[in-house]
Design a protein around this ligand. Structure first.
Ligand SMILES: C[S@@+](CC[C@H](N)C(=O)[O-])C[C@H]1O[C@@H](n2cnc3c(N)ncnc32)[C@H](O)[C@@H]1O
Length: 283
């Protein structure tokens, strides 16, 4: 079931506010003038933007609809996250890997390239359909890992990955427990997600469909302490943790989608961590 939510240029006004906060006492006059000029322009657009609505989707429906364009749209979260994931995968060896919430198979194909026999699991049949179209030699399963027992032997995988999906879970301890159960002792786990700061600043999993309507799947904030508690509870050792940041080049890719200047977006967002990536080991 989906719900319609009016958006009123809220993000643009928020970014101007964030940019002004980051310039407080230490900013340059020229930038601050530009921010006030953007603010007065945006106030005139609010009445028009009141008619725009975003459609809140459940996870399964949201990703089924998103699947057709998921690999085609620019995704700056993936741009900052993937090099870190690839770096953390280096040096992990073994035979079997499981990619949980595999989506259209982005990480599954990296794991194939590294020589693993790969199992992919996802809730959305249409995301899996896109993954299967890539003819990857992967054993795919449509499973809700929150709700269902996984049909795999415990302690049977050398590597488990779960990229860019935990933010959709209210409680991250369940998937973290399941990944730990699936791994052999000495096995590795790579987790990545949108950074909790960005979710706090309104980051949702949004996309524009083929006819121009905005849809989104709800994100939840998971702080570092919440992750660490969940890791400690099951006995995962933290091997590495990285927080790749947003640079001006990433912001340039999305600036045209906002009714404020690129300079405002850069002042608001550059230097903020966009992703949180963990490398863990089952002891
Ligand atoms: C943003 S996509 C990420 C896909 C892929 N991991 C990647 O990084 O490219 C999030 C994926 O998580 C999946 N997902 C969310 N909740 C899930 C659950 N409870 N069980 C299985 N998959 C889930 C969605 O269906 C979607 O394909």
């Amino acid at each position: 079931m989906s719900e319609k939510i009016a958006y009123h240029n809220q993000r643009e006004i928020g970014y101007i506010g964030l940019a002004l906060l980051r310039q407080w006492l230490v900013g340059e006059n020229e930038i601050i003038e530009q921010l006030y000029s953007d603010f007065s322009k945006i106030l005139q657009l609010v009445e028009i933007d009141k008619q725009s609505v975003a459609i809140l989707e459940g996870i399964r429906d949201g990703y089924d609809k998103w699947s057709k364009i998921y690999d085609l749209m620019p995704n700056i979260l993936i741009d900052v996250e993937q090099p870190v994931v690839e770096q953390m995968l280096q040096g992990i060896s073994g035979e079997k890997a499981i990619d949980i919430a595999c989506g259209t198979g982005r990480c599954s194909s990296l794991l194939i390239d590294l020589g693993f026999a790969v199992t992919g699991v996802d809730l959305s049949k249409d995301m899996l359909k896109q993954a299967k179209r890539k003819s990857l030699d992967i054993d795919f399963h449509q499973i809700d890992i929150n709700a269902e027992d996984l049909p795999f032997d415990k302690c049977s995988f050398d590597l488990a990955t779960l990229l860019l999906a935990l933010t959709h879970f209210k409680d991250i301890s369940v998937p973290i427990q399941k990944m730990h159960d699936l791994l052999k002792p000495g096995g590795y786990c790579i987790l990545s997600d949108i950074h909790p700061w960005i979710v706090e600043l309104g980051g949702q999993a949004d996309y524009i469909d083929e006819i121009g309507s905005m849809h989104f799947v709800r994100n939840y904030v998971h702080s570092h302490s919440k992750y660490i508690r969940a890791f400690n509870l099951v006995g995962f050792k933290i091997v590495d943790c990285q927080e790749p940041i947003l640079e001006e080049e990433h912001i340039g890719k999305i600036a045209s989608g906002f009714a404020v200047s690129k300079k405002t977006l850069v002042t608001a967002l550059s230097g903020l961590p966009l992703a949180l990536v963990w490398k863990l080991k089952k002891e």
